[in-house]
Design a protein around this ligand. Structure first.
Ligand SMILES: [Zn+2]
Length: 403
């Protein structure tokens, strides 16, 4: 930990920076426990010279919501992505993966508009669509660029432990060939869905990730880097179908898992939280809440307004009720109210701890505690335009921060 504080430099905080590139890496599903179980000399050094703490992600703790929060610095209510998937006002089902659905600018867009060169690469192609919108260079493991394949070979399958490592090997090629001012890298969480932190293959993969991040920043003058995760991951043993629970009580409902997406093999669409839509909301709301709250495994049942207020969600894009599971419960679709599961998943309040590592001139004075703070920092006006109060807070919190 450096004790000497250098004030944020104007030159490195302004779009059109004269400093080195800024790299942001979102490791999908990288709960802090994965790094505790692994030797990570590079991350350790970044933390010692910069800052490493355990931060928080947004609720629901799912991929699209949090990637967009990292990119925009905004909360779900403001950026518009409140789950991976939504039921529209007419009952239509929409995957929240189009850039049109994001209501506020991303730091990639800001950088591109300021004349900077932007690269954004991803393991999953669904994220490449969101992050690639304003990028000069974009590809995914699922749809790799030919020139990258020519250099390092075909990527492994997306459902493999090596998919993210291929992406991290591609990143230095992007820096070398495209000279981006800003590079965003976002991986997939297949491994953390499949393996607990102590699994040898998980430790090998994260140790290799650490080494590849070291190789990525090696020798780039003035480079800055932020490393975080979109959410954590926990073992889940109890499956609950909110629709079946309510059906038994004679209540009609449509329940949406907050992490439902096209990548079913990762998690069977079972999430630690759910949005419950009630076609007869006025008549059924009170009793539906009672029935769900009485069920073991359902830790909290919030109304639309309560959830929107507590978690900064858009009330138009969630359900009449929002369910939070306990640590070992996940919600999904099923004919039975409850069944036994053996999966690793996320989505609840228990998967909100994420690593927050920042290093380099662009992050000097960085004082955030959430993954979205990275985007907020990169979008913020230069320090001299901030209030004195902000500047004071900044130095106090930086001084007190530790891993
Ligand atoms: Zn994820």
């Amino acid at each position: 930990m450096t004790t000497e504080l250098t004030p944020p430099s104007m030159a490195t905080r302004t779009p059109g920076t004269e400093g080195g590139p800024t790299i942001v890496i979102c490791f999908d599903g990288m709960a802090p426990a994965y790094l505790e179980q692994t030797e990570t000399p590079v991350f350790d050094r970044l933390g010692e010279e910069g800052r490493w703490l355990t931060g928080r992600c947004q609720f629901p703790s799912v991929t699209n919501v949090n990637n967009v929060s990292i990119l925009t610095g905004a909360r779900p209510a403001d950026h518009g992505i409140n789950a991976n998937f939504a039921v529209g006002p007419d009952g239509e089902e929409v995957y929240m993966e189009s850039p049109d659905m994001i209501r506020v600018p991303t730091f990639l867009q800001r950088a591109a508009e300021a004349g900077q060169r932007v690269a954004a690469i991803s393991s999953k192609d669904k994220l490449a669509r969101i992050i690639g919108e304003h990028a000069h260079v974009t590809f995914s493991v699922e749809r790799p660029a030919e020139w990258v394949v020519a250099e390092i070979g075909e990527p492994p399958p997306i459902y493999s432990y090596e998919a993210n490592l291929w992406l991290l090997r591609a990143a230095p090629l992007v820096v070398e060939r495209e000279r981006p001012d800003v590079l965003y890298v976002t991986t997939t969480d297949y491994l953390s869905h499949m393996l607990p932190p102590q699994a040898p293959e998980a430790r090998t993969a994260f140790a290799e990730s650490d080494r590849l991040v070291g190789a990525l920043i090696e020798g780039i003058p003035g480079v800055s880097i932020a490393i975080t995760a979109d959410h954590g991951m926990n073992a889940k043993h109890r499956g609950i179908s909110p629709e079946a629970v309510l059906r038994q009580a004679g209540i009609e409902s449509v329940s949406v898992s907050t992490l439902q997406d096209r990548y079913v093999k990762h998690h069977g669409n079972m999430s630690g939280s759910a949005y419950v839509h009630l076609p007869h909301e006025a008549a059924d709301l009170g009793r539906a809440r009672e029935v769900l709250a009485a069920r073991a495994g359902i830790e909290r049942v919030l109304t639309r307004a309560e959830a929107a207020a507590e978690f900064h969600l858009d009330p138009e894009r969630i359900g009449a009720l929002v369910l939070l599971g306990d640590e070992e419960t996940a919600f999904g679709a099923g004919d039975e109210p409850e069944w036994t599961i053996t999966i690793r998943s996320h989505g609840s309040d228990y998967e909100r701890e994420v690593p927050l590592i920042t290093w380099g001139p662009r992050f000097e004075g960085f004082d955030g505690f959430e993954n979205r703070s990275i985007g907020e920092w990169l979008m913020a006006p230069p320090p001299q335009q901030r209030s004195d109060e902000y500047g004071q807070q900044s130095s106090i919190e930086t001084e007190g921060s530790a891993r």
